[in-house]
Design a protein around this ligand. Structure first.
Ligand SMILES: C[S@@+](CC[C@H](N)C(=O)[O-])C[C@H]1O[C@@H](n2cnc3c(N)ncnc32)[C@H](O)[C@@H]1O
Length: 252
């Protein structure tokens, strides 16, 4: 029988690892993620300015501070809309500079583990490094349990049955677009609910699915909160907030 460490494996020099760390509870980490977190030369992660960084916090029980860390601090986060030049210009410059920092380690033969909350290829900032670096360096991406999957599990709600279509929407979309898309699907996940909570609630109501919609804050993390969306009267929620509309499809 192999040990769990042997199954997880170790990192190769000069390789960029996009490591999905799951939705919040460190126990949802994959064996491959744990193996790499224990063996990469450099631990890298994104963080809001002055904060620890969500992905770094999730895996903190596995780190003892003995290895170099690259903290990539966003110059802006949600202060301005994404299309606004005040967001776009500093963030583009920041991603260029962050890719430069990581490439210095990779070119020197060091392995870099870039931590990503949930799954790296699902709305992850990791992707901005991936597309800048993947032609120049070997890259391995380790899938993670997504936030939405952690949330429907914690809510104890199956999301799709039978032939249900699942639509994943961003809460930043226009209210009319949200309503139209919600009317046209059996099951839905609405990401990036935070500041958009009131708008999302109105769209879910207009689409006729408020009676089965669930609001989840910090799913699987400390401070987790799970309530029917219909009971949410607050204008806004935290960054880690999601709305689920479970499908009602064929049950045998
Ligand atoms: C930029 S996306 C990152 C998604 C992540 N890569 C994943 O695989 O879930 C961030 C959004 O995901 C949702 N989210 C991720 N994890 C969550 C959690 N544990 N609880 C609630 N919402 C979560 C929230 O809507 C949040 O605004």
């Amino acid at each position: 029988m192999m040990t769990l460490e042997a199954i997880g494996g170790t990192a190769k020099g000069g390789t960029l690892y996009g490591i999905g760390v799951g939705p919040g509870d460190v126990r949802y980490l994959t064996l491959r993620a744990a193996g790499l977190i224990g063996s990469v030369d450099v631990i890298a992660y994104f963080a809001k300015s002055g904060r620890e960084g969500h992905a770094r916090r999730i895996v903190s029980p596995l780190l003892n501070g003995s290895r170099p860390e690259e903290k990539l601090e966003y110059p802006v986060t949600d202060e301005f809309p994404v299309a606004d030049a005040r967001y776009h210009e500093p963030i583009a410059a920041f991603y260029r500079e962050a890719a430069g920092r990581l490439s210095t380690h990779l070119a020197a033969g060091r392995s870099v583990g870039l931590l990503a909350e949930g799954d790296p290829f699902f709305f992850g900032s990791f992707m901005h490094m991936w597309h800048r670096l993947e032609e120049r360096f070997p890259v391995e991406v380790v899938p993670g349990v997504t936030g939405m999957s952690g949330c429907w599990t914690r809510a104890n709600k199956p999301i799709t049955w039978g032939d249900d279509t699942l639509t994943v929407l961003a809460g930043t979309l226009d209210e009319t677009v949200l309503t139209r898309r919600l009317r046209d699907t059996e099951a839905a996940v609405i990401m990036k609910v935070g500041r958009n909570l009131a708008k999302v609630r109105r769209a879910v109501d207009a689409a006729g699915c408020l009676d089965r919609a669930i609001y989840i804050e910090r799913g699987t993390m400390d401070g987790e909160r799970i309530v029917p969306l219909a009971e949410m009267t607050e204008e806004a929620g935290p960054y880690f907030a999601i709305v689920l509309v479970p499908g009602n499809g064929r049950r045998i």
